[in-house]
Design a protein around this ligand. Sequence first.
Ligand code: F6R
Length: 374
Amino acid sequence: DKQHFRHFMLKEIHEQPETVELWLSKHLPIHAPIDSPIVLPYDASFYESIEQIQILACGTSRHAGMVGAYLLEQFAGIRTSVFFASEFRYAPPPLSPHTLTIGVTQSGETADTLAALSMEHQRRSVLDNNDFASFQLGITNSSESSLALQVPNILDIGAGIEVGVAATKTFLGQLLAFYGLAISFAARRKSRSQEEINALCEELRSIPKQLKDLVKEHNQLAESLAHRFADTEDVIFLGRGINYPIALEGALKLKEISYIHAEGYPAGEMKHGPIALLDQRVPVISIATEGIVFEKVLSNAQEAKARDASLIGICPQTVETQIFDSLLPIPKVSEWISPLLTVIPMQLLSYYIAAQRGLDVDQPRNLAKSVTVE
Ligand code: F6R
């Protein structure tokens, strides 16, 4: 039931504050022990023995995995790599000891992700050295999926049924699973101070309220901004650091439902090629959140502006961000938590651009909700 929403996608975007609330009530209870603030079903030895993590996924789930890898490496200090499951299947890296493999698939049915996980399990199990034992974890929205049958440890994101083909609330749910893992690893391995861990937990607790306001505000902003894309043929999305995967996700959302050509780039790569594409017909949507790469992203945006591109900023409203022609403002939060907010304007803008073109947003051409073939 779409309730009063025109499409399931719009309804599911609006459900995201609730997705976070539910997740927090289950995994970040107020009275949790200080050394393990996140409730996950693993014991201390799990967190201590792992030396490396590899994440396998496709599409939007891989973008969640990239944010996850940033958190696991930069917040929790564990070497982490992300792979396209379809590439990993045929070109896996050399085996490394004490490695956790995480498969991320909201449907739990994506053929390439399932096959990559099973191939990895197989090649580890033929070695008789315990260091190389297959340790796998599945992040999914379906505890009854093929993934759940195949992988013994499942983190169910509990986002509820998602009908729209374009993943929205399940992406947010996957991000939350990675926040949970990164905080747990950091707390158990003491790779972050108690204050830093508490600060991140507190920020997570404030997200549902911020998301509620943001979805409401951006619903209107995105709807009016979308009119400007009526004749647009190409869009560039820029981000850096923890928000680089959100730029990729913005581009994927836009292309899959509006059929507009879109590319996501790490902002620093612009000058190595894509800048040649820019002129006044190409909007550049740039995520500029405060943090270690803030100034850099602004100067990358300035370079785009010098090529007459029209600049849209997903950023806090400050003196520095006046360089943008249009703003999709987001509240000031720590860089760690920012992807949970910056993704909202991306989803809403793609939605309204596609809806205003009269397209079938929930059932885009050539796409299916689960890709069960290779
Ligand atoms: C994009 C989208 C796809 C899926 C991809 C993986 O909105 O929905 O890119 O993310 O097909 O699907 P799952 O997560 O089910 O493995």
